[in-house]
Ligand binder design. Sequence first.
Ligand code: COA
Length: 158
Amino acid sequence: MNVDLTESLKIRQLSAEEEIPYHLLLLADPSQKLIDDYLLSGEVYVASLEEAIVGAYVLTPLNDDEIEIKNIAVETEYQNKGLGSILLDDATLKAKEKSFKILIIGTADSSLGQLYLYQKQGFEISGIKKDFFIENYEEPIYENGVLCRHMIVLTKHL
Ligand code: COA
């Protein structure tokens, strides 16, 4: 982990007047339509180094108890430096502050790195949405040479 980078990171909620950082959100989710759907009821948080936005996540409540990280992304050149872990910690804190009991994050069956990361961050695999990526995306998505088919749902009790 790069200590300087993580110490300089500032996370804040995006205000209604600011532009949505689609270039980041599209790194995590290639469907602009799905992104726009969950943004309707979600809050966008952005992480900046100096003035540049280098990461983002979207928190969307599902019901009174559960809230989901619908999207999380770090600018490609800043990945694997510990910033994603900080965003996950921040999302956990925000969810707790809002009195939710369960934090959810979903990822693809092919997203091996993300599955490692989320479990290291205290999430536990709790379900599978069969054929989610086949049914909700127009184009097939390949990752690590594997067709992205099912969504793996992970949860963290707060
Ligand atoms: N193989 C194995 N592990 C991987 C990996 C890979 N390809 N990619 C990430 N990881 C894991 C490692 O376990 C690593 O842990 P380590 O530091 O102990 O080695 C950890 O992820 C990296 O953690 P960190 O540096 O805190 O995360 P990050 O800043 O790279 O952010 C993402 C993580 C997922 C947000 C970032 O990679 C990203 O934006 N990816 C593209 C968008 C995306 O896939 N979003 C999630 C959709 S579910």
